[in-house]
Design a protein around this ligand. Sequence first.
Ligand code: FEO
Length: 393
Amino acid sequence: MRQIKPNVFSIGAIDWDRRLFDELIPLPEGTTYNAYVVKGSDKVALLDTVDPAKNQTLMGNLVSLGIDKIDYIVAHHAEQDHSGSIPDVLMLYPGAKVVTNAKCRSMLIDLLHIEEDRFLVVEDNATLPLGGKTLRFLNTPWVHWPETMCTYLEEDKILFSCDFFGAHLAESNLFVAEEPLVLEAAKRYYAEIMMPFRPAIRKNLEKVDALDIEIIAPSHGPVYDNPRLIVDAYKDWVSDNVKNEVVLAYVSMHESTQKMAEHLTAALIERGITVQLFNLTVTDLGKLAIALVDAATVVLGSPTVLTGAHPKTAYAALVANALRPKTRFASIIGSFGWAGKMAEQLAGLIGNLKVEVIPPVVAKGHPKDEDFLALDKLADEILNRHKAIGIVT
Ligand code: FEO
């Protein structure tokens, strides 16, 4: 429990040990579930709650802060890592109302079975006075669910952004202390959670950037007392700009695809292209997602297994397809023993990507001189495409 500004407190929980979110997303640095209390002269508001696993921490913090009444629980997002403790808070504070938009209300009723008469529904841009503190609600849909919203505390110029601008990072600092560390975690978070909704995020970014903001208080990770740090990073990530980079994600069983991946990597480096090489047997999914944020080109590498792609490469293709990075070009390399449709299958798995597919290079058996020459030509082709869009001078 820490004070951000007079009568504005952070009272959430740090989850040092959590290593997986949604049974999918790695959390190498743990996470936090930030909740905030804003005390006005008349009313008290709690902004978001915590994951049910940390319910007791939240309850303890409310008691320690001497909060004997809560008038409003602002729910920015129905996902349970922020909303999951609302039923217990409602039980502890029977006079409290859940303040949210109509869509979030409906989702909270479905997900948490909160009684319908416990809600106060607010429209976009509505204000709620607490006495010397005024909450302004901003609908910001699709960061990253359809009901997501933010709150702007007018007098203190604080934006409570929930998942927007968040970072899965468990640390004891209230405010950002190590900018590179936080930006890495925030980019990972953006890549895994927000990137599929890039056009919506761009619009919402414009909406919040029009405000006079001194502090951004997200619901995961440290609080930004230099909002430009994260707003400018988001502007770059959601832009259409790509970098002179290739993400090469591969699996190899008997070294054929590995030799091809290594050869292509060297050929790209010779041509001045940055390569991020991922052996998918040991890759952290989050690292791959981060690399996908900016790279102009993605190359998938796979041997042929039971006539198709190796399941680990197919998984990477499915993940990339779901995350919808702004990648411009894609290709496939790999090998086969006697027959198969590996390259066609992988190409079919990335249909969401708005990419030009550069013809694959597939070797029969162990790659021969002609296959390595074909990889050199693939590197030339990637360079030419990067030049054509102006990212190589
Ligand atoms: Fe942090 Fe979408 O929940």
